[in-house]
Each structure stands twice: as structure tokens, then as C-alpha cells.
Write a protein that binds this ligand. Structure first.
Ligand SMILES: NC(=O)c1ccc[n+]([C@@H]2O[C@H](COP(=O)([O-])OP(=O)(O)OC[C@H]3O[C@@H](n4cnc5c(N)ncnc54)[C@H](O)[C@@H]3O)[C@@H](O)[C@H]2O)c1
Length: 357
């Protein structure tokens, strides 16, 4: 067990999305960002200056950072690297005795995710996945509503993230399968799949039928003579062991109505809920539909429902108090098993059965 601490000394590896982690730790009185790492020296310098991290605590090689963990009195790291690096860097950090907050998707595939979980168990360290959509007030409010039994047993759901045009720049890691593991299904779908499954109470996935397409991305990448070997749209039907069914749709490009469309809707035996973006932006609302006194009701859940934590705040609190975080590595593996099955089903044109974990 980790000895009781009041403050968690953290480092952030990867300073794209990782810049948000760094700001979050810096704003948290119970966290102290002590080091940063990125191969991009201009990003490294800018972040170090912004957060007053001395030059000797700036690393371009994560191995050197991890090797010096004791000297830095480092307790935890955020891994916010391209997907292909999540597993090797997370495992190395766990082996160095550090707690890890790893960005989504947990890994490139379930085999890697399993190795990450095994490393966390062996090292007896916390492994949390940044399923950031869980931490929005609208999601938290719905989680409480569903957990209170207000919609009964969920038997059907639809969870979606479509972008009319949201293709990443061609030639980078996002559109290269060997570096990303896939396109919008693993990048955007992972969030909406996780949110739906978390609200549903984490039922066990049993079978997946899916299709993926690369229509607009392939055409535009060809015109630019760049690599884009992942899907630009994917859809799946997932069946769970409790009889529930969930539809997932995700795209980076397509002729969809909204430019940015995020929806997670669940149908239960006593009611339903929806979490979606307002208009085409990044503000979210939560609504619930119930039957009371013989009439059908619709209510908008008011925000916020008290203070909701950020993912980094949740990670810090879970490590310092020695409790399981809201988004543990085990949930990352559950989603990863579905992602693997989606790509396999799309490639084979068949339904894929998910083996018991
Ligand atoms: N939770 C969310 O909402 C959310 C949002 C965006 C991205 N992400 C995830 O965060 C991860 C990073 O995505 P991004 O958008 O920041 O990508 P990015 O390409 O903008 O940033 C990645 C950073 O990692 C650095 N890097 C690459 N290889 C490295 C290495 N070997 N050692 C050290 N640094 C290295 C790059 O220089 C870059 O600064 C991805 O897994 C992505 O899915 C999550």
C-alpha cells in the first residue's frame, strides 16, 4: 500500500492533450506537477515556463524521467501520448512504482490493455483511464438518476458521435492504423461507448456486429498523397449478457445533419435518459423521460448536481485516499474488447463473440 500522503507529485508525458492534465494538476491544491516530458522541445519549453518547472525536470525521453522518479519524489504520471505508446509507457511507469492516469483509448487492443492491468495489479498501483465524458455535470447527474433506479432496467441504447468534417491532418498518427489502432471508432466512439456502458451499470458485452467505411477520408487523403488507412465512419450493434442492446455510431467525416453531434440515449423499463451536446458545440444537457401518475413526463436535469470532479481531480483523490477511481483500468478493458470486436466484425462481415475476461 502507498503510504498516506497529502499531496501527489505528478508528471505529464505528452503535451498535446497533456497540457490540460498539467493545468488541472497545477490548479489542484492536493497535486504538484514536478516534471514534464515531450519529444517536441518547443512544447516542452512552453509548458515548463507556464508552470515554472525547472529545465532539469523537463525530459525528452520518458525512460529517463521514469528512471529518475525517486530523485524527483514522483508519485504519479499522466500518459497523454499517441495511442501506440499508451501500453509501453504505462507499463514502464507502473513498474517504476508510479500510479498512472492514461488517456483514452486505454490501448491499441485488448491484449495490451490486459498487460497494463496485470502490471497495475503486480505493482499495486492505481491505473485510471481518462474517460473524460463521465466527469461532465450532465453525465454525473444522469448516473445518479439511473443508479437511483429511476428508469428501471436499461434494455436499449444508442450512443453517437458524428462530425460532418473532423478529419485529423493527414500523415499524422491519428489516421495511421499502426499508430492509432483505428479512426473515429477508437477515437470518438470510445468516449460514447464508455459513457453509455457506465450509465448502464457496466454490463458484460457478449456479441458485436459492425461495419466501418473509409469514403471521404480516403478520397481526400489520396488527393493529398497522404496516409489515411483507418475508417472515417463506423457503426456497431453490441449485445450484453443482461439482454440489453447498444448501437454505436462514430464518424470524422460524413454528410450528417449537425457538424458535431453527440448523443447517448438509454431506454429503460420505467424511463429513459439522454445526454447530448447543445446545438453543435461542447455544452451538454441531460434529460429524463418517465411515467408518473399515469402521465408521461419529461424533465431537464438542472446543472450542476453539486461539484463534479475533473478526471485529474478524481485520479488525485483516488490515489491519495487509496480508493478505486471512478474510471478504473478494468472499465478501459471492457470498452477495448468491444473496439477489437468492432474492427474484427467489420473486417470479416460477421458477428463476433467476445470471450469472457
Ligand atoms: N480525453 C479526451 O477528451 C482526449 C482529448 C484529446 C486527446 N485525447 C487522447 O490523448 C492522447 C494524445 O492525443 P493528442 O490529441 O494530445 O495528440 P498530440 O499528437 O497533439 O499530442 C501528443 C504529444 O505526444 C508527444 N510525443 C509523441 N511521442 C512521444 C514520445 N515518445 N515521448 C514523449 N512525447 C511524445 C508529441 O510530441 C505530442 O506533443 C491520445 O491517446 C488521444 O486519444 C484524449
Amino acid at each position: 500500500m502507498t503510504k498516506k500522503r497529502r499531496t501527489l507529485n505528478t508528471a505529464v508525458i505528452g503535451l498535446g492533450m497533456g497540457r490540460g492534465h498539467l493545468s488541472d494538476y497545477a490548479a489542484n491544491p492536493r497535486a504538484h506537477p514536478v516534471a514534464v516530458c515531450d519529444i517536441d522541445t518547443s512544447r516542452l519549453k512552453a509548458m515548463a515556463e507556464q508552470h515554472s518547472i525547472p529545465q532539469e525536470r523537463c525530459y525528452t525521453d520518458y525512460r529517463k524521467l521514469l528512471a529518475g522518479a525517486k530523485g524527483l519524489d514522483l508519485h504519479a504520471v499522466s500518459v497523454a501520448l499517441p495511442n501506440t505508446l499508451h501500453a509501453p509507457v504505462t507499463i514502464a511507469a507502473l513498474k517504476a512504482g508510479l500510479h498512472v492516469l492514461c488517456e483514452k483509448p486505454m490501448a491499441m487492443n485488448a491484449a495490451q490493455a490486459r498487460r497494463m492491468l496485470a502490471a497495475a495489479r503486480k505493482a499495486r498501483r492505481t491505473l485510471m483511464i481518462n474517460f473524460s465524458f463521465r466527469f461532465q455535470p450532465a453525465s454525473m447527474a444522469l448516473k445518479r438518476f439511473v443508479d437511483d433506479g429511476r428508469i428501471g432496467q436499461v434494455y436499449y441504447g444508442r450512443t453517437v458521435w458524428h462530425r460532418r468534417r473532423g478529419l485529423p491532418g493527414f500523415g499524422g498518427w491519428f489516421g495511421t492504423k499502426a499508430l492509432s489502432g483505428g479512426g473515429p471508432i477508437i477515437d470518438l466512439g470510445v468516449h460514447r461507448m464508455d459513457l453509455a456502458m457506465w450509465l448502464m451499470g457496466s454490463p458484460r458485452p457478449v456479441t458485436v456486429t459492425a461495419s466501418t467505411y473509409n469514403v471521404i477520408g480516403a478520397r481526400l487523403a489520396k488527393e493529398q498523397r497522404k496516409t489515411f488507412d483507418v475508417e472515417d465512419l463506423g457503426a456497431a450493434l453490441v449485445r450484453f449478457d443482461n439482454g440489453a442492446t447498444l448501437i454505436l455510431e462514430a464518424s470524422w467525416a460524413g454528410f450528417s445533419e449537425k457538424r458535431e453531434d453527440m448523443v447517448t440515449q438509454l431506454w429503460g423499463t420505467k424511463g429513459g435518459v439522454i445526454q447530448r451536446n447543445v446545438g453543435e458545440g461542447y455544452e451538454f444537457e441531460a434529460r429524463a423521460y418517465t411515467e408518473e401518475a399515469g402521465a408521461l413526463w419529461e424533465r431537464k436535469l438542472q446543472q450542476p448536481v453539486g461539484r463534479t470532479p475533473s478526471a485529474c481531480g478524481e485520479f488525485v483523490d483516488a490515489v491519495l485516499t487509496g480508493r478505486r477511481p471512478i474510471a478504473p483500468g478494468e472499465h478501459g478493458l471492457d470498452v477495448q474488447l468491444i473496439l477489437d470486436a468492432i474492427y474484427k466484425s467489420a473486417a470479416t462481415g460477421r458477428e463476433v463473440r467476445i470471450a469472457r475476461t
